[in-house]
Unconditional design. Structure first.
Length: 116
């Protein structure tokens, strides 16, 4: 399905592509990408260490914050879990309410959009 058929803008489709690449590069359970208010993007995979466990979205948000982002415009998560199970708290902390989080499967097909 094309990004137009999925109702994604080119910028949001780019987030899905970046999230997919981050997940695949590490063979991680999830990948995520966020776009800050200045248009900068941050992509990350989930982190699983003995002392630290972060979802891909938490990692991408942390990268944005550590780079000085003051808010988010949009986000994407690539995961095998049900879209309802994706935790949005970290994105909500930075974005406030109402920012779209596109949730796609590993093939990049958007399965749902949730709002922070």
């Amino acid at each position: 399905m094309s990004t137009e058929e999925q109702g994604l803008s080119q910028e949001d489709a780019k987030l899905v592509t970046l999230a997919r690449a981050s997940r695949a590069r590490k063979a991680a359970a999830e990948g995520a990408a966020v776009r800050d208010l200045d248009g900068r993007t941050y992509a990350a995979a989930s982190v699983t260490l003995p002392s630290l466990q972060l979802t891909a979205l938490e990692t991408a948000v942390a990268m944005a914050v550590s780079s000085g982002a003051e808010g988010l415009e949009a986000a994407a998560v690539v995961t095998a879990v049900d879209p309802v199970a994706v935790h949005l708290e970290a994105a909500r902390d930075l974005a406030g309410r109402g920012v779209a989080v596109h949730i796609a499967d590993w093939d990049g097909e958007v399965r749902g959009v949730r709002r922070t």
